[in-house]
Write a protein that binds this ligand. Sequence first.
Ligand code: AHM
Ligand code: MG
Length: 331
Amino acid sequence: MKRKTTLGEFIIQQQSEYPEARGEMSQLLSALMVSGKIINKQVQHGGLTEGVLGATEAENVQGETQQKLDILANNIIIEAFEQRQEVCGVASEENEKVVLLDKKYKENGKYVLLIDPLDGSSNIDITVSVGTIFSIYRRITPEGSEAVLPDFLQPGRQQIAAGYIIYGSSTMMVYSTGNGVNGFTLDPSSGVFFLTHPNIQIPETGPYYSVNEGKMHLFPENYQAYIASCKLQADQQGALIDGRYTGSLVADFHRSLLKGGIYLYPPSTFHPDGKLRLLYECNPLAFLCEQAGGKATNGQQRILDLQPTELHQRCPLVIGSPKMVEAFEAF
Ligand code: AHM
Ligand code: MG
């Protein structure tokens, strides 16, 4: 039996199809792959490694408690990019300000990286899936100068790559460079990611809706009406659709991507702009979703067309199978 293509081989193949990429994309993706493997090891060890689980005393800029693994994952990714020269700065959900990378490389960095180092923090201590989300843009200011805020505040449609690494019952890296979506599963024994999900297409409709229904009474009426209608909808096989919600966006999105479905984080009286972050969560997943044939909206506009105004901006998100998002839009 022919063995599967590895992520490293796939990246090289893609590069030969895009000579203009000159190996830079390979470097960026390989830094993310390495970071994912290191974070995966920490996540898998869980309570076995002293001082890894649990919350820190600190809060992030959004006033949310930081888990020890949030900070560890953040440091692992930033360190991986400090070793390379492609990225001039990193914006992270865990850092108030942009982190400019080592001065010796700053002049060369053509790209900026935006990350949610470990999404789904509330699930870390209870061994439910969590994930790393990443997003890459070409900087808009000239090389040879320090990266500035406008380099990071680009509309999501300008992303040149985005993806996630999900640490679940298996570990997968799913990404797109704007030419479809591919998924790679980590073989724990060899430490190699293999292409297991080539050219992922999201089903047009699906058997699941995913929303925190405990907060339903805080959502606008049209969201409430749509969610109520989900309980009466049938999937392609004519079966009633089911609710599924883990509290880990990456896990809930991954299910929608592979099986079909819709995920909603609505605005609420508690979070008027929703809870999720436009730059670190909504944009990268919207890019992947559209690349797989799906849709993503904030309720009014395509996510990828929104012009960000600040780093940690929040944004409502409705994302998933195209027919389900269109049905939502009718509300
Ligand atoms: P985080 O980045 O701090 O982990 O927050 C984002 C998470 C998403 O993964 C998840 O979908 C959502 O928050 C859950 O929030 P809630 O508990 O309000 O439903
Ligand atoms: Mg998150």
